[in-house]
Design a binder for this molecule. Structure first.
Ligand code: PBG
Length: 323
């Protein structure tokens, strides 16, 4: 008998065989596409640090939404850029803000497309922090909860399908859940940014959403990158407070966290392939150093293999075309 007896290469001989035994498959249903909505008319502002990503004014959303629909992408995640910023982020809860108007418009154009709204104050506050400030410039957790709940409620009134709090204040999921329930939105699900790390991979997003903190950083509310036990506690609390989908963010540098969360809780689990993860690939591909499509596919496969059921990514349209 020829040696070796076991030949792993037998099942790698051709693409048909390989695809028959492939363990992880991407589907267009896995993807959520982030959209940045800005005030004004006929605005399509390219984000320099994120090639292919633009801010759109509400009137220009039609084409983008039809394209997503045609590609079969099931959901968008909306971020709003307000007209004016102030210390309380007042425009976040305006019934006529960009996110609220975009939600109505998208539900008009494409009722089946799920509209998920990011609930946070950093795009709306003049100081760029994700909550209200105390006199000593720290973020006041409990006063922030009130404002987040108002913001979530205005998204609900506009007709969104899910709300996604990304602020990392303590107790926000339960607080938002209660407020939504009181107001008759008990069937509106919450996708919580449950384990959100204080990551340097968010750099390009802060250009896109114009939300870099004007002083300090977010490390007093977002998580320390070294912590996985704490991530599990964060996720557990959000589940106890009523989260329907839990998210780990970023994705690539936190695949172990995705895996641990999925294994421990068995919840619908989302992972956010964030701006920096996207831009790194775009930049290297532009230099001709890597092949963009295959690297993106490999990255998405790794996130799914780690345990993510849903992947939020700026490459969602490209992925839908490729798979
Ligand atoms: C807002 C928010 C951020 C991202 C999503 N929601 C930025 C931050 O926390 O600084 C980052 C997304 C990305 O980098 O793609 N709180």
């Amino acid at each position: 008998m020829a040696f070796p007896h076991n030949r792993m290469r037998r099942l790698r001989a051709n693409e048909t065989l390989r695809s028959m035994v492939r363990e992880t498959r991407l589907s267009v249903n896995d993807f959520i596409y982030p959209l940045f909505v800005c005030p004004g008319k006929e605005k399509k502002n390219p984000i320099t640090s994120m090639p292919g990503v633009n801010q759109y004014s509400v009137d220009l959303l039609d084409k983008e939404i039809k394209e997503l629909e045609a590609l079969g992408i099931p959901a968008v995640l909306l971020f709003g850029i307000p007209e004016h910023k102030d210390p309380l982020g007042s425009e976040a809860a305006s019934d006529h803000g960009p996110v609220q108007e975009a939600t109505k418009k998208i539900k008009d154009i494409s009722p089946e497309l799920m509209v998920i709204t990011d609930v946070c104050l950093c795009e709306y506050t003049s100081h760029g922090h994700c909550g209200v400030l105390n006199p000593d410039q720290t973020v006041d957790n409990d006063r922030t909860l009130e404002l987040l709940a108002e913001e979530a409620l205005s998204h609900a009134r506009a007709g969104c399908d899910l709300v996604a709090p990304s602020d990392m204040m303590d107790g926000r999921v339960g607080f938002i859940r209660n407020r939504l329930d009181e107001m008759g939105f008990e069937n509106l699900p919450i996708m919580s940014y449950a384990a959100k790390f204080a990551s340097s991979f968010y750099g390009p997003f802060r250009d896109a959403a114009d939300c870099a903190p004007k002083f300090g950083d977010r490390r007093s509310y977002q998580m320390d990158p070294g912590n996985i036990n704490e991530a599990l506690r964060e996720v557990e609390l959000d589940i106890l407070e009523g989260a329907d989908i839990v998210m780990v963010k970023p994705a690539l540098a936190y695949l172990d966290v995705i895996k641990a969360v999925k294994e421990k809780f068995g919840m619908p689990t989302a992972a956010y392939n964030v701006s920096g993860e996207y831009s790194i690939i775009k930049a290297a591909a532009a230099q001709g150093w890597i092949h963009e499509e295959t690297v993106m596919l490999e990255v998405m496969t790794s996130i799914k293999r780690a345990g993510a059921d849903l992947i939020i990514t700026y490459a969602a349209k490209d992925m839908a075309r490729l798979i």
